[in-house]
Design a protein around this ligand. Structure first.
Ligand code: 3PG
Length: 220
């Protein structure tokens, strides 16, 4: 059994693991076996998105039963959700965007968070507010590695978790950028594998994803 991953509120979400699975769960009963498969495959940081009614229960179950995982909440878009997620045991919070109210609630929660951006102006606005770590979303549609890499020149103090359209074919290219700490994506948690409760397949996909940083990218 792996020991619990140490992760304090002062730590960076971006340094937990190179790849963060983005999980959509319809049945909270799948949460624990899924989390165990991801951890066994080498991906201990897990983002459960609030896109299904089962999400909060799934976060609670993983937080209670899989201490070797660091479970976070994704698609957090209101201050109320910040409260509900942290009460359920979420240890990091991710949003596709941000507002002043959301930022204030995330900051007040004391839980590490990644607000979402897709333009240089949004990055500047967050830097102005003291936030240096962000989700870049939707990564591929918003300009991909060419866009994100271009931000490193004028805005080197900002670091990102790009998400959206990332998979085994382009993850290493993102990971090779100097301003990328980790990438997020759902490719290692295919809906059909979850529906079939094929945890072995998910573990294998996670294992391959966990090795992507070593694969090296082509656009450094
Ligand atoms: C997210 O919520 O961050 C994205 O929808 C995940 O993107 P993907 O499904 O394209 O990996």
């Amino acid at each position: 059994m792996t020991s619990p991953l140490s992760f304090s509120s002062a730590a960076s979400v971006l340094d937990l693991a190179p790849v963060v699975p983005v999980v959509v769960l319809r049945d909270a009963a799948d949460a624990v076996p899924l989390a165990r498969a991801l951890v066994a495959g080498g991906l201990p940081a897990i983002e459960v998105t609030l896109r299904t009614p089962a999400a909060l229960d799934a976060i609670r179950e993983i937080a209670d039963a899989v201490p070797e995982a660091v479970v976070g909440a994704g698609t957090v878009i209101t201050p109320e959700q910040v409260t509900r997620c942290t009460e359920a045991g979420a240890r990091f919070l991710v949003s596709p965007g941000w507002t002043e109210a959301l930022l204030a609630a995330m900051r007040a929660s004391g839980t590490p968070f990644l607000p979402g951006v897709s333009t240089a102006s949004e990055v500047v606005a967050l830097l102005e507010r003291g936030v240096r770590e962000m989700k870049f979303f939707p990564a591929q549609a918003a300009g991909g590695t060419a866009y994100l890499g271009s931000l490193a020149g004028p805005l080197p103090q900002a670091r990102f978790c790009p998400t959206g359209g990332i998979g085994p074919d382009n993850a290493a290219d993102y990971l090779a950028l100097p301003n990328v700490g980790c990438v997020g994506g759902s490719w290692m948690v295919p809906g059909d594998a979850v529906a079939a409760r094929d945890w072995e397949r998910i573990e294998e996909l996670a294992r391959a994803a966990s090795r992507l940083r070593d694969a090296g990218g082509t656009c450094r």
